[in-house]
Design a protein around this ligand. Structure first.
Ligand code: GAR
Length: 217
């Protein structure tokens, strides 16, 4: 089965590119059925054919609800199995989340529950943490608070800046997202109410990505 993936992105689109590369290489059995953005100039949009792009400025709509309804309608029209926020930098409203709940994933650059929200790399350095990382989680109405499916860790090194840390983390983020999408597209990941099932078993703690890019308990 080929999983249909819709991607929401606001910027550069390196996570989207990683997905597209894995599909092209045959290592992810999926299809990117649409890329959706709140930024019509987002480089991410240019990674897919025009027919698979949707972008609109929220300011072009009477209110946030109207923008999100248009976005949700456009996403739903592509009949996605999974909706992936890959650098989508707007907070999704409850109505959008309810419509796609259980198939809505986000990649966040921190070891959740640490550092929800923005400036995660700077906050980890300022806190004196010895490691940082990224999490893929189900999206629920509370920001960055849904069940964490899997995480990857990188060291914070002396002299790190937010930029050097982000650069170290990014390729590991890509591997993490691909590993989780591998699970999801194989039908091995389910959110049932408050319980997340992975390979049919309740997920009690986030999985970890090992150095060989495998998800381990
Ligand atoms: C990634 O680092 C992702 O984790 C982060 O935005 C970046 C997007 O990069 N997401 C968030 O901060 C969400 N709160 P990309 O456009 O190159 O994929």
């Amino acid at each position: 089965m080929t999983a249909r993936i819709a991607v929401l992105a606001s910027g550069r689109g390196s996570n989207l590119q990683a997905i597209l590369d894995a599909i092209a290489a045959g290592t992810l059995q999926a299809e990117v059925v649409g890329v959706f953005s709140d930024k019509p100039s987002a480089p991410a949009l240019r990674q897919v054919p025009v027919a698979r792009r949707w972008a609109a400025k929220p300011s072009a709509f009477p209110d946030r609800a109207a923008y999100e309804t248009a976005l949700a309608d456009a996403v739903a029209a592509t009949r996605p199995d999974w909706v992936v926020c890959a650098g989508y930098m707007r907070i999704l409203g409850d109505a959008f989340i309810a419509r796609f709940r259980g198939r809505l994933l986000n990649i966040h650059p921190s070891l959740l529950p640490k550092y929800r929200g923005l400036h995660t790399h700077a906050r980890a350095i300022e806190a004196g943490d010895s490691e940082h990382g990224a999490s893929v989680h189900f999206v629920i109405p509370e920001l960055d608070a849904g069940t964490v499916i899997a995480q990857v860790r990188v060291p914070i090194l002396p002299g790190d800046t937010p930029e050097t840390l982000a650069t170290r983390l990014l390729p590991r983020e890509h591997a993490l997202l691909l590993a989780v999408l591998g699970l999801a597209s194989a039908g091995q990941l389910t959110e049932q109410g408050d319980v997340t099932l992975c390979h049919g078993q309740p997920l009690l703690n986030p999985l970890s990505l090992d150095s060989a890019d495998r998800l381990v308990s």
